[in-house]
Each structure stands twice: as C-alpha cells, then as structure tokens.
Design a protein around this ligand. Sequence first.
Ligand SMILES: Cc1ncc(COP(=O)(O)O)c(C=O)c1O
Length: 399
Amino acid sequence: MTTSFEALKNREESLLCRTYGRYPISVQRAEGSRMWDHEGREYIDLLSGIAVTSLGHCHPELAEVMARQARKLVHVSNLFYQEEQLDLAEKLLSTLHCTKAFFCNSGAEANEAAIKLARRYMQRVRGVDAHEVVTLTGAFHGRTLATVAATGQERFQDGFAPMPAGFRQAEWGDIDALRAAITPATAGVLVEMVQGEGGVRPMTQDYARAVADLCREKGVLLMVDEIQTGLCRTGRFWAHQHYGVEPDIVTSAKALANGLPMGAMMTTDEVAQGFVAGSHATTFGAGALVSSVAAATLDIMKRDRLDERATAVGGRAMERFRAIGAKLPGTIEEVRGYGLMIGIVLTFSGKEVWKELVARGFVCNNTQEKVLRLVPALTIDEADLTAFADTLEDILARR
Ligand SMILES: Cc1ncc(COP(=O)(O)O)c(C=O)c1O
C-alpha cells in the first residue's frame, strides 16, 4: 500500500512541532544518489541529506558493518573502554595535524565542545580570564543556544533572548574588523573556511592566512568549523588544508558516519589539557555502532580517494555551470566553491528555479536568496551532474 503525500503531511501537522519548512517530497527510500517518493517518483539527489551521505544513500558496505556491529555491541556509554572508539579516533586523527578527539552526536554539539574547551583551556591551563569567541558575519554554527549566539544572525535568534554572553562578530573578509574584535577577553576565533549556509562563500588564501596569523599574534585559538566542509567534501580531507593553516581546534559532524548521527571535535595535545575527566561528556558520543560505521566511512573515503574525485568531478561541474553563465548572460552571476561544495549564484532570487528543478526531479538547495547550493554524494555519477546542468540550462534559457 502506498501512502499519499497529503496523508503524510496531515499526519505530521498533528504530530510534530513546526520547526521545519519541508520540501514538497516525502522520501520513501534512497540508494546512491537517487531517492524515491511514496508514489515511486525518482529524484536525483544533489544535496545528500545536507552534505551528510557523502558515500551515497544506503551504502552496501556500511549496511554490512551496521548489521555485524548491531549483533556485537551497540551502546554501553562512556563509562567503559571501547575499541571501536579508538579505531575511529586513530583513523580520523591520521587525516590531519590534530592529536586528540572528543566525540559527540551532531555539529552543534561539536561546536559546543569547542567553545567549552577554548574557555576552559584559557582559564584553567593558561590561567587567563579569556572566554569570548569571535565569529564572522554570515556564519552558521548550529542551533543550540551557544551556537546560535555564535552564529550571530537575527533570524536564528528571534524569540530566544537573552542570548548566552561571550560572543562577538566581525565582518567576514575584513581583517581589521577581526583585529578590532579580539580583546584580552578573547579565547578563540571560530570560522568556516567555506561558509555553507552563508552561500558557499570560500575565504581567499590571503584572508585565511591573515586570520591564522592574527590568532597566533594575539595568542587566541583558531577554531575551524569543518562540519560541512570536512571529510573530502572540498577536495581535501579538510578544507583548511587548502590554505596551509593549522587550527587549534577542528569540528566535524555531518558526513562522519554517512547518515548516523555523530560529531567530533579535534584538537592538539596542548589545548586538550583544557579538559579533565568530568569536564565534558555525552551519553551517546561514539557508541560502538556509530563508531564502527564512521571508521568504515573513513576507510572508504581513503580507499576510493574521494578527495581527489571531488576535485575532478566538482571542477568539471563548475566549468559546465560557468559555461552556462557565459552562454546565457544575465542569469548566473558567479559559480564558486571547492570540490563538490558548489554555489551557483544567480542574478535573481533562486526560489522559482529551485522549485522547477525539484518539480523536474532534481534535489538541491536554495540559500542566501540567490544561491543554488550543491553538495552531492562524493560518489555521484557524472551523468547525474550533466543531467542537472542540462535541466538548469533549459530552465534559465526559458526565463
Ligand atoms: C558549518 C556548520 N556548522 C554547524 C552546523 C550544525 O550542525 P548540526 O545541524 O549537526 O547541529 C551546520 C549544519 O548545517 C553547519 O553547516
């Protein structure tokens, strides 16, 4: 028996808090870069659960790992030693300069851990009264109270006053503004190398290095939110590796367990001294099941060189989108991004184009009014990207 879209919508109205503005699609099943709704309609998925299912939906190797681990050990809590957690930590830390990890369950929680660690490291290890975290305009760091304060945008804070204290914001791209925002009370600067929700906005090489140099000069921590950009998405394992900077803290989530909830905060031995037993905790963090899936996800990313694939496939896709812009002047203002994190900036609101793309079976996202954001699976078939480009060209040509 199939369930109609209207029936699902009505059930949801009566059962769930209204926190989400949903797409007009009810997903019944998904595989690779394809999703099917309850009426059997097929969609090409260029959003991958908002940069989460980087290996594609329902990856068969991960399904095997899940089934095997589900019969062995799922959860016992962080009161116990678990080998799965350590295997994951080794694999994750081998991808960057950090040497210590803390695991949690989401991106917001990873950033919360980073903020708490920055404060505690300053206050208990360095012995200074520094607690403020400076972020940049256009940022998105999550929806808990502290991360919504860090995000600093009115539309995410509406009705939740008072915001937790200890956050300041500086204008993105303006190094003097950042310099002015850093005071003796600053513990760290939290940035995205490529702003995701902010419209796929990459830092320039010069700006990124200037931010890192300024943090060193002022003795504050450089904290990089790689929740969306990490794990091969931008063509390197981590986006900061494009810029030759070494953050004191890196946060991750989204693609880490390819769809199971997991977050991580990674740091150096020096900064990790800020936490002692009992400083911070989570019941679910890195249970055996999610850890084994995350470890297998990392193995597959490395084995299949998905960082290199993201660069090659994303590069060709961006070239094609730029060619569409050249062919149809006045439609595409800019194509930007790294790897398979792509923003197609239109010269007008993207809402209608987005709607038509969805109606024609292509799922992407419209952010910051004019930006079509693509964060497909890193395994996506290039023919799917070509089909998307052909459809986009057709829609833009007929405007
Ligand atoms: C850069 C960035 N940071 C933090 C978050 C919050 O992650 P989560 O929704 O898992 O809490 C997101 C989610 O979109 C994000 O893109």
